[in-house]
Design a protein around this ligand. Structure first.
Ligand SMILES: Cc1ncc(COP(=O)(O)O)c(C=O)c1O
Length: 411
């Protein structure tokens, strides 16, 4: 018997899921195979320590059956200890392993913080362009975008956000910010700016959600204390970090550090049987002996890649456009010349098999046709060189077309 069905997924989706299904990042150029990806923040595959990892996995599997049991909600204790040890060695930051919660990548930590703190209609601050747009879409949040200059978040904008929320009878609940080698802006917030933001957070009672996914990958210049480190109370900041960038994203391990009260609020959302006890043990086994040496190797790899990308932009565009000069991390933010369209440039690159990302995807309101985000992390040096050559050609073509149209118009 033929049944008519009333089933329609659209009508069943929660408003959260419906909002998330819009505005997903996409590469454009459908139907054309991507030859060169200078878009995504994937780690460098050639640097993955496969042999040492196989050995580490062998040791875990031959000695530790708990790897295949459910795990501790807060995460594998030796891995929490390793995160604390890394913070001490690389940042002179003292953290107790008990102040660390292991998560399925830092993305999970950030999403859980949003779940634990943000109700529909709540106000938050976010960097003017941010990787986090994708996380907060769907929470029904009012986002006030804080512009950045070369030194970090503009303080007047933070104050304006506080005032705007107040005008709506609300308060700012948190400032989600990426202080180091910001994704996508490629800039780092200076220490004085961090202190000023923290002062405002204390004065107005909002949390700083510090997304420090790239802190370990500094190629030059000196380390800048994190918001978490600057906050003497250790309760105003929740800091998220990840092994995705210093090891491999597929291991799906990250962490968050904060006060016991905040971590406990988050832990209620960890219904996953403990973040992968299996990968936690393998990672710990490998990292114990190799972590700092591996991070040093990665810094050299990514610095070379950054240099090739920046060199290619300089060669292809000269003074026709500008771009950030990241001191670390994965990303370069290109500001296009007058008249060039990011949407057209991305589509033209995609038709030539080169994938780059339109800056609009990082704006909360989705409006921006004059920036492109590049990543040098995944492609090889040769691919970066070729991809950037194609990109520069398409940027100049797009700008020339608009000059031509303007010329015709003015005749
Ligand atoms: C700024 C930033 N935060 C968080 C993440 C999430 O990383 P993961 O969930 O793999 O730790 C990324 C990934 O690209 C990122 O760029």
């Amino acid at each position: 018997m033929q049944q008519t069905t009333l089933f329609s997924l659209d009508s069943l989706l929660s408003s959260d899921a419906a909002a998330r299904s819009q505005g997903q990042m996409d590469r454009g150029g459908v139907g054309v195979e991507t030859r060169i990806s200078i878009d995504v923040g994937q780690p460098d595959p050639a640097s993955m320590p496969m042999d040492d990892l196989i050995a580490a996995a062998g040791r875990v599997l031959s000695t530790d059956r708990t790897a295949l049991l459910y795990g501790d909600r807060q995460g594998y204790a030796p891995l929490r200890k390793l995160v604390a040890h890394k913070a001490l060695r690389l940042e002179s930051l003292e953290v107790r392993p008990d102040d660390v919660l292991i998560t399925n990548g830092s993305g999970q930590a950030i999403a859980m913080t949003a779940q634990a703190l943000v109700d529909r209609g709540d106000w938050i601050l976010m960097d003017e362009a941010s990787w986090g747009v994708r996380v907060f879409k769907g929470f029904g949040t009012n986002v006030f975008s804080v512009r950045w200059d070369g030194d970090g978040p503009i303080i007047a904008d933070v104050k304006a956000g506080v005032a705007a929320a107040r005008d709506h009878g609300k308060r700012i609940k948190m400032f989600y910010t990426i202080p180091n080698f910001q994704n996508p802006l490629g800039i780092t917030a200076g220490v004085e700016r961090r202190k000023a933001v923290l002062d405002l957070a204390i004065e107005h009672g909002f949390l700083i959600l510090e997304d420090d996914a790239y802190v370990e990958l500094r190629f030059e210049g000196s380390h800048i204390p994190s918001y978490y480190q600057l906050d003497e109370s250790r309760s105003q900041v929740l800091r998220a970090g990840t092994f995705s960038k210093i090891f491999g994203a597929g291991i799906r391990l990250g962490w968050t550090m904060s006060s016991p009260e905040l971590l406990s609020a988050l832990t209620h959302y960890k219904l996953d049987g403990g973040t992968s006890p299996f990968s936690s043990r393998i990672l710990t086994e490998y990292m114990r002996g190799h972590m700092f040496e591996h991070i040093d190797e990665l810094i050299d790899v990514y610095r070379d890649k950054r240099d090739v990308m920046i060199g290619g932009l300089q060669k292809g565009l000269g003074s026709r456009a500008s771009w950030s000069q990241p001191e670390g991390g994965f990303f370069v933010w290109v500001s296009l010349p007058e008249g060039a369209s990011a949407e057209n440039v991305c589509a033209a690159c995609a038709r030539r098999g080169v994938s780059v990302w339109n800056g609009a995807q990082f704006r909360w309101d989705g409006r921006d046709d004059s920036h492109i985000r590049l990543s040098y992390s995944f492609a090889t040096l040769d691919e970066i060189e070729e991809g950037v050559t194609v990109l520069c050609e398409e940027i100049l073509r797009s700008a020339a077309q608009s000059d031509f149209v303007a010329g015709v118009g003015s005749r």
